[in-house]
Write a new protein. Structure first.
Length: 259
């Protein structure tokens, strides 16, 4: 039996009524004749090597990586707040770090030393995905890879990784409730087949459509307002769409406004 849900930009998309996470981790790959391990997991990533304690005023590639990992802690309350991925440890990054530290039982002093770095690395799986989200949940559902979108496969995959860290924060804020990703990246061809908008954020790998069992979609929307997501579809449908369109230089779009 097939159900339908609205896609990133208000279009309808088909989705199996089975547990989407289980399907994408196994049966979908087998049915499509695609081995995700061969396509995506050709190498084993190592935990990020933090070479110094980071604090306000620091700059560099390691600060950018920090910003990616704490981007989901952009705010305490609803507002158009996001952590800039600019490699500059400013006030916004400092506040996000403190929120991350407090949420994980660390000293919330904004200093990113060994304890905080260890917790940041604990959220990373060996293949570069995050603890509670897998690459297989974000690949194009028709091809099983990150090809055929509006950006290179490498950049799409990186955008998906950045989305995962925001979703880790959202999951934590929802009381560690499991989040199912129904739709992540879509190729241009697959997006057209399901009637998606021609410039859907799914085409860039920066979007996800979510289900959280036992949690009202409105609650998911409200928590997502604090996670740096600059695109939120209405909570009045059977899933919650989130995206980071501002990271691509787009205007913020919260369909139901601030609630």
């Amino acid at each position: 039996m097939t159900s339908f849900f609205r896609s990133a930009d208000g279009r309808r998309a088909g989705g199996a009524s089975l547990d989407r996470r289980s399907m994408l981790r196994g049966t979908l790959a087998a049915g499509a004749g695609i081995a995700f391990g061969q396509v995506l997991f050709s190498g084993v990533a190592q935990a990020y090597s933090w070479s110094r304690t980071l604090g306000q005023g620091d700059t560099g590639a390691d600060v950018t990586e920090l910003q990616i990992r704490v981007a989901g802690w952009a705010a305490d309350s609803a507002g158009h707040s996001r952590v800039g991925l600019d490699g500059d440890f400013g006030a916004g990054t400092l506040a996000a770090v403190k929120r991350f530290q407090a949420a994980y039982g660390l000293t919330a002093d904004g200093s990113v030393g060994p304890n905080t770095q260890a917790k940041l690395n604990a959220l990373e799986q060996s293949d570069g995905s995050t603890t509670h989200f897998n690459w297989s949940e974000f690949v194009d559902q028709s091809t099983g890879n990150f090809n055929g979108g509006k950006l290179s496969a490498a950049q799409v995959k990186e955008n998906a990784r950045r989305c995962m860290y925001k979703l880790e924060a959202l999951r934590k804020k929802l009381g560690d409730k499991p989040i199912t990703v129904n739709s992540g990246f879509r190729s241009i061809a697959h997006n057209a087949d399901i009637g998606g908008a021609s410039d859907s954020m799914h085409l860039y790998g920066t979007a996800a459509d979510l289900d959280v069992s036992g949690v009202a979609t409105k609650t998911v929307y409200q928590k997502a307002e604090t996670c740096g997501f600059s695109g939120l579809e209405t909570y009045t449908v059977d899933h919650q769409h989130v995206d980071s369109r501002a990271d691509l230089g787009r205007d913020w779009w919260w369909e139901d406004g601030t609630i």
